[in-house]
Structure formats: structure tokens, C-alpha cells
Design a protein around this ligand. Sequence first.
Ligand code: GLA
Length: 392
Amino acid sequence: MDLAQRKRKIHESFEARYGVAPSCWVRAPGRVDLMGSHTDYNEGFVMTLSIDRDTWIAAAPRQDDRVHVESMNLEGECEFSTRDILHQRSEHWPMYVQGVAHVLQSEGFPISPCDALVHGTVPVRGGLSSSASLEAATAVLLEELGGFQLEKLRMAVACQRAENEVVGMNCGILDQYSSILGASDSAVLLDCRHLTHEYVQFPADLRVVICNTCAPRQLTGSEYGDRRAACEQGVRVLKEISETVVALRDVTIDDLDRYEQKLSPVVARRCRFIIEENDRVHALAAAFLQNDRDAVERLSRQSFEGARDLYEISVPAMDAMIAAMRNATGVVGARQAGAGFGGCMLAFVDADQVEDFIAGAASVYEKNTQIVPQIFPVETAPGAGRVEEVLR
Ligand code: GLA
């Protein structure tokens, strides 16, 4: 389905539901992190790409005080009064919408009543930030309808607050920043301490191919919080090195080698992964600039091995997918994406061999797991904004 067809389909569905035509169209992309797993909440670096899998929202103003949101691809609906946004707490996707509305209102922005319809193409719970793309699209929608303008970084932080404080997921800034400040045609090298970024040109002869393990992903467990806690525990000890150590970002591998005995083996493994992964983000940026495929291969392999053996966020389906990706035609490098524990992984693939790669990786993975994966290439896409920006 091309974008014009997609817009028509949403328009028709909107009219059928609400009896009027939508007057406002916004979108926000998902993201894939190319390097830098779990570095964001350690005030480190991430190389991230905003992708052409995204969330669109069409909307029309209402005359009463209510916001009503339905979705073409997700169960349930969202309805609240702008005078008491969190009166009824929802369990699933509506909470992201309510969360953003609540945070923006608490920061003094007017929330405009509307009817809205969501259409998303980011795989849900797959590690490509479907939730952040819904949050970012909601923020842009409220901005458009409310007639105010939010500085982009402020919008990203507001969306992160919604997720931390209202949804209750203690995520870092990566997902929301990528969805709002991402750019077409380049990767973003994000500095999670200073909340700044630089663009890094992605090699023209490489493609990013998403390999969704389609194995159930359980991040609602305590794993994410446990990893964060282990890093914080490490920092409490490693502060002895110098008073300038406030996060793992400030610790070098030599420091860690010297202080390792003071940490429990688990905490030491977690810290080692983060410190090495931070370095790999810069190394990947250099590899892209020099179009050094050997380095892309090595860094991706080291990142996955660290994720599996040190940070322990791989699961059998991911191990099976990495084997399938590494053996497929055209592969340059392969690693995890998102938080791990299932969901999507990614491969850097020679641009001329994408189809062969997909066929090869899919058949090996399916044969070894009896799970049918979803494997598809992605393109870069601009950060959150009006739909017309991508229709041009
Ligand atoms: C999830 C979180 C992000 C980040 C990644 C891991 O996507 O939402 O903040 O921590 O995991 O890099």
C-alpha cells in the first residue's frame, strides 16, 4: 500500500466512524537502534535510525470537552474528558495517549477536544518503539489542534515523562528522541547526557533489514528494571575512582579492570557491556564514514555477544535469528535491537542482495524454530510531524 492509498483508507474509515472528514493529519516514526543497547539510561551514546514504519493519526475537532481515539489496528478505544484526563486509567495503548495529554496539560498547554483515528505500521511489542511513535504522534496532534508550538527536545522529554510517570515504564530517552528528532537520510548519534545529537551518513550501499523473531517478548517482567538497578549499583562503587563518575558513561574499561573485584560478578558483567557498547557507538560512526564493512561486521558481532553473555538480554529465538542472519547471503553485520528479550533484531545487508538475504534468513530461522519470522528492509524517515511532509 503506498502512502496516498494509506491516507485514503484512513480517511474512509474516519468518515465511517465519525461522520465527518478529518482535518488534521500527523505521523511519527518508529526507530531502530543500530548500536548502543541500554546505554541511554547510563547517560551514554546510541546510534539510532527513525524508520518508515510509523504511526499516523487523523483527527477532527469536537465541540464538547472530550477526546475520543480509536485505532484501525489495535484493540480497544480511548476516551477521556480534557478536564480530568486520567479519570479512567486504561491498560493498553490508550494510556500512551492519555499520558501525553496529561503531561502536556500539566506543563500548561491546552488540550483540544477531538475525534481521532490511529493507524500504525510499527510492529507492536517488537522493540521498534511502537509506543514512542504513538506518544510522539499524540504530542504533534495536540500541538496542531491546540495551536501551540513545542520545541522538539521538550516534546521528546514530555513523551518520556508520560511513559515514566503515567504508563510506569522507566525507559530512557532513546525512543522518544529518535521518533521526534530523527531525520531522513542519516542515522542519529545521540548523546543521552547532553540530549544533543549529530547526524551520521549511512553508507549508500548498505540497507538495514529488520528481522522480527516473532517470539513473544516479555518486557513487563522485572528484567529492564533489574538491568538498570545493576548499572546503578556499579556506579555507586565505581564512584570511588573519582568524584567525576556519575554514570557508567564516565568509566573506562581500564577503570573497570582495576575495580572489578569490588563488584559482584553480575554487576561487573553488566557494567562491562555498557562501557564497551558506548565505545562501539563511536566506532560504528567511524566505520560508516569510512564504509568499512569489516568493522561493521566486527562491532555488530561484539555487540550481540556482549548482549548475550554480559548483559544477558538474549533469548533462544534471538540466538536462532542471529545464526540465520549471519549465514544468509549479503549479510554484513547482525545484532539485537531495542531492549532485547525477543522482538526484532537487525542486519546490515548489501543493498544489491536484500531479497536473497530475506529468503535465506527466513527459511533457516523457520526451519530451526518452527516460527515464521517477519523480515523486511527499512528506510530512514523524518522525525514526527505532519503527514503531508512524507506525502510530498
Ligand atoms: C527500550 C527503552 C529505551 C532503551 C532501550 C534499550 O527501548 O525504552 O529507553 O533503554 O530499551 O537500549
